[in-house]
Design a binder for this molecule. Structure first.
Ligand code: ZN
Length: 129
């Protein structure tokens, strides 16, 4: 029987597959663009940046909250949150950043089964890209 994965390992698996999905779906010929500074690079060298921090589980795997970022913006400039919010409103419509900010405050409890389901779903999405 397969060993049951711990909660943190499941979350890590979902983070990994979700990050691949976000970067690949935003790539053209494997090249993606940083959402906040416009730098282009191979998707493998870029990161999945979160507008609202990953500590908020209700937006941690939200496809609008998560956009491709370079390490410079995501890590060294702490996500460039102000520019991130402006670009979200430009790309997805006025009020998007505000809506995500409100959504991030909601407390959600995902079961292990729901996380496993999401891992499967995003694996399927990545396979189709
Ligand atoms: Zn950048």
């Amino acid at each position: 029987m397969a060993k049951k994965l711990t909660r943190s390992k499941l979350v890590k698996q979902l983070d990994t597959i979700f990050s691949t999905y976000i970067r690949r779906k935003n790539s053209v010929n494997d090249i993606a663009t940083c959402f906040t500074c416009g730098k282009e690079d191979h998707y493998k060298k870029l990161q999945n940046g979160h507008f609202q921090s990953r500590r908020h589980y209700s937006t941690r795997w939200d496809e609008t909250n998560c956009q491709v970022q370079c390490a410079g913006c995501n890590v060294f400039k702490f996500g460039e949150q102000f520019i991130f919010s402006q670009n979200l409103d430009i790309k997805f419509g006025e009020g998007t950043a505000r809506r995500l900010h409100i959504k991030a405050q909601k407390i959600i409890k995902l079961s292990d089964a729901e996380i496993i389901e999401m891992i499967k779903r995003y694996k399927t999405f990545v396979d189709k890209i």
